[in-house]
Design a protein around this ligand. Structure first.
Ligand SMILES: Nc1ncnc2c1ncn2[C@@H]1O[C@H](COP(=O)(O)OP(=O)(O)OP(=O)(O)O)[C@@H](O)[C@H]1O
Ligand SMILES: [Mg+2]
Length: 356
């Protein structure tokens, strides 16, 4: 559906050269909700703007549907762009137009009659749940309602793709959830392919089926949501996930209150990740009977990712070294990821670090 091939974007800012996007290749399939996550300045907006060619790549190609947008002449590009809607953090509504006027704006040169446009606007209002706000002005709407208007406007030309640049970053958590629910519904109902860029893994976690992590212009890791959450490779990905699962806060608490730990030589602090509710806790409970290893759970969290439960625990394993090693091997052979936490700072695979 969308393919970026070796996309580079370089800005010339006076004497300074800024490489905002470096050699990014990725594929978004039809019906995906694809998340691109990264800190401020990572190049997310620049990258997403190459998808509708609001930003022309310095090199590389952009393919949407069957068309290579980066090779199209201006007129065909204008037509192709109509199939790509976009929404933004601050909604970008026109203050002097009503809700209906904003939604109808992209249809002004569509050749549709006044009545047809009016009907289309009514359908879109129904779709985003704002029927009663048709004649209201943007200044009279809440942030969430404004974003709904922006979504309706972005859908006016029946796009196949919706690009969302930090679409929920200006909203409170409850409103964010309701907008994400709406996007999920539109994805299903209209088979709309959605690309979401955000600095919050929380957002990605709620609705995306695939994720790319960006750092300094590069995509450092990409994959399907559940694999990325259960076995992240890059430190940056770990960081985003730990924030989304609140593991970072749990570690911070342990750091501030080391008495909670009070580890002896036979104790080891670890982070456990597993898929499926039925697997994790029963296996952990069996460690004592099998190996004489006790497991003290200090923190636990279960996320539902794409209908799949993913558990994350911080535990202390206590027992004789060899028995602990056996217990860890046993968990790992049952597809549970076990990582040692050192000084409550770094999380490392337990096999790489000898348990002392
Ligand atoms: N038009 C431009 N001219 C020069 N440099 C630019 C331009 N647009 C973006 N940049 C630079 O490119 C880099 C990436 O910017 P971009 O806006 O894509 O990041 P971002 O990941 O969207 O950040 P944020 O989360 O803050 O929105 C930054 O260093 C930025 O300063
Ligand atoms: Mg941005």
């Amino acid at each position: 559906m969308i393919e970026l091939r070796n996309v580079d974007v370089t800005f010339q800012d006076g004497k300074q050269t800024v490489k905002a996007v470096r050699d990014v290749s990725l594929k978004v399939e039809k019906g995906d909700i694809y998340g691109i996550v990264g800190y401020s300045g990572a190049g997310k907006s620049t990258l997403v703007r190459t998808i509708n060619l609001l930003q022309r790549p310095t090199s590389g190609s952009v393919i949407v549907g069957a068309q290579e947008l980066s090779a199209l002449p201006a007129k065909s590009l204008r037509t192709a762009r109509k199939k790509i809607g976009m929404i933004f953090q601050y909604f970008n509504l026109m203050r002097a137009r009503t809700v209906a006027g904003n939604i109808a704006y992209p249809l002004r040169k569509s050749g549709l009659s006044k009545k047809e446009i009016n009907d289309k606007v009514d359908d879109l209002l129904e779709l985003v749940g704002l029927v009663d706000k048709k004649h209201t002005y943007p200044s009279q709407l809440s942030g969430g309602q404004k974003q709904r208007v922006a979504i309706a406007r972005a859908l006016a030309n029946d796009p196949e793709v919706l690009l969302c640049d930090e679409a929920t970053s200006a909203l409170d958590p409850k409103t964010t959830s309701s907008i994400l629910e709406l996007l999920k519904r539109l994805n299903k109902k209209l088979s709309l392919t959605i690309v979401i860029i955000t600095h919050e893994m929380q957002v990605v976690k709620e609705i995306c089926n695939k994720v790319a992590v960006m750092d300094d212009g590069e995509v450092v890791e990409q994959g399907d949501l559940v694999s990325l959450f259960t076995s992240p490779k890059e430190a940056l990905t770990h960081e985003f996930i730990d924030t989304a699962t609140h593991l970072d806060q749990a570690l911070e608490k342990l750091r501030k209150h080391p008495t909670l730990l009070d580890l002896s030589v036979d104790d080891v602090l670890a982070n456990i990740t597993y898929v499926g509710v039925s697997t994790g806790t029963p296996l952990i409970a069996s460690l004592y009977a099998q190996f004489g290893v006790t497991t003290n759970i200090l923190y636990g969290n279960v996320e539902i990712l794409q209908q799949t439960p993913v558990g994350n625990l911080i535990v202390v394993f206590s027992g004789e070294k060899r028995q602990r090693e056996k217990a860890v091997s046993y968990l790992e052979s049952n597809n549970i990821v076990v990582n040692q936490i050192q000084n409550t700072q770094t999380i490392v695979p337990i096999k790489q670090e000898k348990i002392s």
